[in-house]
Design a protein around this ligand. Sequence first.
Ligand code: TRP
Length: 457
Amino acid sequence: MQIAAAPAHLAQPRHLATPPAPNAVRAAHHPGLARAGALSAAGVFFSALSRRRKLAARRAEGEQVVTPWEVEAGEDGVDYDKLIETFGCQPITSEQIERIERLTGKRPHRFLRRGLFFSHRDLDELLNAYEKGEAFYIYTGRGPSSESLHLGHLVPFLFTKWLQEAFDVPLVIELTDDEKFLFKKDLTIEESRRLAWENAKDIIACGFDPKKTFIFRDSDYIQQLYPVTLQIQKRISLRTAQNTFGFDPADNIGKVAFAAVQASPAFSIAFPDFLEPGRRCFVPQAIDQDPYFRLCRRVAEDLKWPKPACIHSKFLPALQGHQTKMSASVASTALYMTDTEKKLRKKINKHAFSGGGKTEEEQREHGANLDVDVSYQYLKIWLEDDEELERIGEDYAAGKLLTGEVKKRLGDVVSEIVREHQEARARIEDATVERFMDPAREELRSSFAKKLATEAA
Ligand code: TRP
């Protein structure tokens, strides 16, 4: 377990230089953790007018609300241009997509070609460095809030897998069992850890390369994260956290501190087993996670650590329409990775909002509004064939295709994706999860060392 000498600006706290326990993965959780959820923040520390109330006021005025915990759009769906503006990110341009194609020699993933990933921070800086031969690593994550994932949950992971292959870089995946424990009233730590473990199987089933991928539960890996987390915690004031996330005075203090936990894996010193200090980080995420990384980047600047670059996706709309996103907790809005083909088709037929005419005659005469038609919007995300998508779009908008026919095609496409996922997941054993969750594996270190050697050559 060697730790490379850190450049002066990344000087580590002395206790980080002590090799971490060899296999933290199997470390039992600390009983003290169980008490953390019972603490609640002293309201006196917070400003009088809670941000939550301000959010409520905005909502009452019909404005959109997008936070890591809540997505509520106006009548016309989420206004993503406005989000870019209020969050202060940048739209992804076609030049950048072409540049990614040039640099990787790979056809951009359809999520990128079709604008599902639409926004970024510092993408050019990342690509500039990559072009000069500087490798980065990818960091993404999942909050294990439910047993079965839905189609929307797969979006960041499928895209991350493409990025990992295209750029050939290491990947770390954080499972925030701590976050879900703190934010969900009735969830126990044991259950949250179990869900994280089960979710890891779904993630692995997306096809990640074990030689280049480390998956961890926060409650296991916190010992290695902690020195980094502490540095971050010390540089985020209560005021900043509250302004960024809109905490309520009655919220537990674990929620406030968690922001620093999610920021920690964005710094390579959190992975001394297989990453050298100072390596750049790239974070694919749904746009609702941006507040975490806005904070994280600010702290990075303070600490003179490399600022993580980000790429943001839109949300998968709910079956009922794009006013809200697909939600695991509202069963009728979501297509689950555990659904049978029959169930998937039934849900699509019954719930998928139609932008087509009310009757066959109306549809033949006026055609469909593709922008609000959920079946078409889903095909745009899940149908790989560009020509077929274009044909369906033209015919449906012109009234040559009926909603039922488009739904039928969507049913075919989604059923195949779900069936393949179910088959892949069934093959994942606990031993495979253990392998992915071991940070001290020789294969992780060596596939990375090889890369270093070729770079030096
Ligand atoms: N908080 C995220 C969620 O609830 C999980 C997460 C942790 C994450 N780290 C991340 C998501 C990094 C994107 C990027 O789903």
